[in-house]
Write a protein that binds this ligand. Structure first.
Ligand SMILES: C[S@@+](CC[C@H](N)C(=O)[O-])C[C@H]1O[C@@H](n2cnc3c(N)ncnc32)[C@H](O)[C@@H]1O
Length: 307
C-alpha cells in the first residue's frame, strides 16, 4: 500500500469513527466500555480503585476547596465538556478522586503487554531524565500547568527539591485533592486555580514551565494561547517543556480501531492534538525550534527555549 492510500484509508476510518461517536447511545456505550477497561486493569495491577476512591470520598473537602478555589475564574467553554467518561469532565469530584488510580491503570501497558504497576512512575522518570539533559542548571521557579491532582507537580518537586514550585489547573476539585495529597506527603507547593492561557501570574518570572499530559485535552487555538502566554511568563532563556502522547508512535498507528474508538470517545480534542503542527506553533510564539524526542513507546517530550 502506498503512503497516500494509507493516509486516505486513515482519513476514512477517522470519519467513520467520528460519525459513530456522534450517535449518542454509541458514544455512551464506548465511554462505559473504556471506563470498565480502566478499572479492571487497575485492579489487575494491584491498585485498589474502590478503596482509594472511598478513602477520598469520606474526607471532608470544605477546607481544601475553600483554600484553592478562585471565585473570579472565567472557564473557557471548550473546558466545560465531558472528558474521560465523566459527564462533567474535569469539573467533578468523581474525576478528582479517581485521577491517580486511573493514571496508574492507563500507563500500566506502556512498556509491556501485561499491565505493570510501575508504568506511570517510569513514564514520569523518563520525562525528567530527558529534561535534565536539556536544562543548563536547576530551575529556581517552576510552573506546572495542568497539574491535575499533583502527580506531575510532585514528580517535579522530587527532581528539583530546592526549587519554588507552583501547580496551576482549571479544576478546583483536582486542586483540592492536590492540596490534600501535598499535606499528606509534607510537601510545600503553591496551588493556583486559573487558566493556562490567561492568568495574572507575574511576567518573566519562571525558569521552567512544564505541562504533563495536558495538550491532548486542548483544541488547537487553546494550545497556541497557552504556549504564547507561557512565553510571557518565562524569563528570557527560560524553557517550556511538555510531555504527551506521540502522534508518530507506531503504537497508535497499529492500535486496533476499536481500542482507538474507545480512547477517542473519552478525549474530545484528540484529532486536533494529533494533527497539530506543534513545531511551527512554538516558533510563532517566540521560542527556539523545539527539540522533540520519543520518551516511551507512545509518548514524546518537547522542549523549547524562550528567545
Ligand atoms: C490528564 S490531566 C494531567 C494531570 C497531571 N499533569 C498529571 O500528570 O497527572 C490534564 C489536566 O489539564 C488541566 N487543564 C486542561 N486545560 C487547561 C487549561 N486551559 N488551563 C489549565 N489547566 C488545564 C485539566 O484540568 C487536567 O487537570
Amino acid at each position: 500500500m502506498t503512503s497516500t492510500t494509507i493516509k486516505s484509508k486513515n482519513n476514512l476510518t477517522t470519519k467513520l469513527i467520528n460519525g459513530l461517536l456522534n450517535i449518542k447511545p454509541l458514544a455512551e456505550f464506548a465511554k462505559t466500555q473504556a471506563r470498565k477497561m480502566i478499572i479492571k486493569r487497575a485492579n489487575f495491577i494491584g491498585v485498589p480503585w474502590e478503596n482509594n476512591v472511598k478513602h477520598l470520598e469520606n474526607h471532608d473537602w470544605q477546607e481544601e476547596i475553600k483554600a484553592v478555589e478562585n471565585p473570579n475564574i472565567n472557564y473557557p467553554s471548550y473546558y466545560l465538556t465531558s472528558f474521560h467518561a465523566y459527564e462533567k469532565g474535569n469539573m467533578s469530584w468523581d474525576a478528582a478522586w479517581e485521577l491517580e488510580s486511573a493514571a496508574y491503570s492507563v500507563h500500566s501497558t506502556i512498556y509491556s503487554k501485561i499491565p505493570q504497576l510501575d508504568g506511570d512512575r517510569n513514564l514520569r522518570k523518563s520525562y525528567h531524565e530527558f529534561l535534565q539533559t536539556q536544562l543548563p542548571s536547576n530551575p529556581d521557579n517552576i510552573l506546572d500547568i495542568g497539574c491535575g491532582v499533583g502527580l506531575s507537580t510532585f514528580a517535579l518537586q522530587e527532581t528539583y527539591p530546592n526549587s519554588n514550585i507552583s501547580g496551576l489547573d482549571l479544576s478546583p476539585y483536582f486542586l483540592a485533592v492536590a492540596k490534600y495529597q501535598a499535606k499528606q506527603k509534607g510537601k510545600s507547593i503553591n496551588w493556583i486555580h486559573d487558566a493556562g492561557e490567561y492568568n495574572n501570574l507575574p511576567l518573566e518570572s519562571f525558569d521552567l514551565i512544564s505541562t504533563f499530559l495536558m495538550f491532548h485535552e486542548l483544541p488547537q487555538f487553546a494550545a497556541e494561547n497557552i504556549i504564547s502566554h507561557s512565553n510571557k511568563l518565562l524569563k528570557k532563556g527560560g524553557f517550556f517543556a511538555l510531555m504527551d502522547m506521540n502522534p508518530q508512535s507506531e503504537n497508535y498507528k497499529k492500535m486496533p480501531r476499536y481500542v482507538f474508538t474507545l480512547l477517542k470517545s473519552t478525549e474530545p480534542y484528540l484529532d486536533q492534538y494529533f494533527t497539530l503542527d506543534i513545531e511551527s506553533m512554538f516558533i510563532k510564539c517566540g521560542f527556539s525550534t523545539p527539540k522533540i524526542v520519543s520518551i516511551s513507546p507512545r509518548h514524546r517530550a518537547i522542549i523549547a527555549q524562550k528567545i
